[in-house]
Design a protein around this ligand. Structure first.
Ligand code: SAH
Ligand code: SF4
Length: 363
């Protein structure tokens, strides 16, 4: 049996494991502070723990789940990393520095089983779920790449995979992200994106007042069935009804809808009107993202004037809408282009530990 990964344990589980060994439960929070708040991964450096406990922990647990395997930096500052798991899989995470915030986009699965027809990750098929430790290790590895003076402000679960098909690990990772002794992020700084796994939406939002993003992409079942095959199982009416019935949502806590605009597929005025009708009465914020073309999908972004017409129609219908500029397009780091090994062409291989100067200089 392989040595368990410390970061796979919730704080409760760590507390129980310690108690079992006769160690005071408050030690769990001390350990969490070292690992998640300070990014210290060497038990020997955890100076406020008794030497014997440090040794025990070192014998019983593995610490690192992922290693940065390759990096690609975009002209706009976006930094994509390919991260290798212990069993030789790869996932991607993307740092998006902006003026007032720094967002990290993380993965939840190796590949994705939902096979949306426009998505590069979907074209990979499904390999496996990431564990809690592998999800939070993306935050630790990527945080180490930030230049001095910049800190992580937002985390979005919009990388590879469908978070709601890996709900237990995603929930535990969120608990670590928001725990005051661990990453201490405010729940409103966290966004989970789903393609619409209806029965898992309410259980996710029960965990904490995080943001929900729903990948809509179409306002009719006929089109959505083709773009998001999961729609055949959970059609639009059911998805929207579930969202309407969510407790604790109001104007101050919108639901984000993502709409990837594809030339001649979902960009007509009629599509816009249907969308307005579909979302009427919901605390909706719509993000329209022009399709990022890639060889694995037969779709293109519409010409700018078509996108403008579409947006104008949404505005006329009173829908709160933003047009998203795709970040990191030149390195395939934009939405839906995360494809692990398949996109290795733009990566620069690195054997450097992220703390080394050369890598720090990348951002
Ligand atoms: N599986 C989840 C989260 C990961 S995908 C989901 O589908 O919501 C993150 C976002 O990128 C989704 O909204 C997805 O639909 C979108 N996306 C995927 N491929 C894209 C592409 N080629 N161009 C633009 N957006 C894309
Ligand atoms: Fe999976 Fe999301 Fe890609 Fe669909 S868009 S295949 S759900 S990662």
């Amino acid at each position: 049996m392989t040595t368990p990964l410390l970061k796979d344990l919730s704080l409760d589980a760590l507390r129980d494991a310690l108690r079992h060994e006769g160690v005071a439960p408050y030690r769990a929070e001390q350990i969490a502070a070292w690992v998640y708040a300070r990014g210290v991964e060497d038990f020997d450096a955890m100076t406020d723990l008794p030497a014997e406990l440090r040794r025990d922990l070192g014998d019983r647990f593995r610490m690192r789940a992922l290693e940065v395997d390759a990096l690609a930096q975009s002209e706009d500052g976006t930094l994509k990393a390919r991260l290798a798991t212990g069993d030789g899989e790869v996932v991607e995470a993307v740092l998006i520095p902006e003026e007032r915030r720094t967002t990290l986009c993380i993965s939840t699965q190796v590949g994705c089983p939902l096979a949306c027809s426009f998505c590069a990750t979907g074209a990979l098929g499904f390999r496996r779920n990431l564990s809690t430790g592998e999800i939070v290790d993306q935050v630790l590895r990527m945080r180490e790449l930030l230049p001095e003076g910049r800190s992580l402000t937002n985390v979005v679960y919009m990388g590879m995979g469908e978070p709601l098909l890996n709900l237990p690990s995603v929930i535990e990772s969120i608990r670590l992200l928001i725990h005051p002794k661990a990453f201490a992020l405010a729940p409103r700084r966290i966004t989970v994106s789903t393609s619409g796994v209806v029965p898992k939406i309410a259980p996710l939002l029960d965990v904490a007042p995080i943001n929900l993003a729903v990948s809509l992409h179409a306002a009719s079942d006929a089109v959505r069935d083709v773009l998001v095959p999961l729609n055949r199982r959970y059609p639009l009416a059911e998805l929207i009804r579930t969202l309407r019935e969510l407790p604790a949502l109001g104007p101050r806590r919108p639901i984000f809808f993502e709409y990837t605009l594809m030339d001649g597929v979902n960009d007509s005025l009629e599509d816009a009107r249907r969308l307005v009708k579909l979302l009427r009465g919901l605390p909706a914020k719509l993000n329209v993202i022009p399709m990022n073309p890639h060889p694995g999908a037969p779709y293109r972004p519409p010409p700018p004037e078509v996108a403008e017409r579409f947006l104008a129609e949404l505005a006329r219908g009173g829908l709160r809408t933003t047009l998203r500029r795709p970040r990191g397009r030149d390195i395939d780091a934009a939405c839906g282009q995360l494809a692990g090994a398949a996109s290795s062409g733009r990566f620069v291989k690195t054997s450097l530990r992220p703390s080394e100067e050369a890598v720090r200089g990348v951002l």
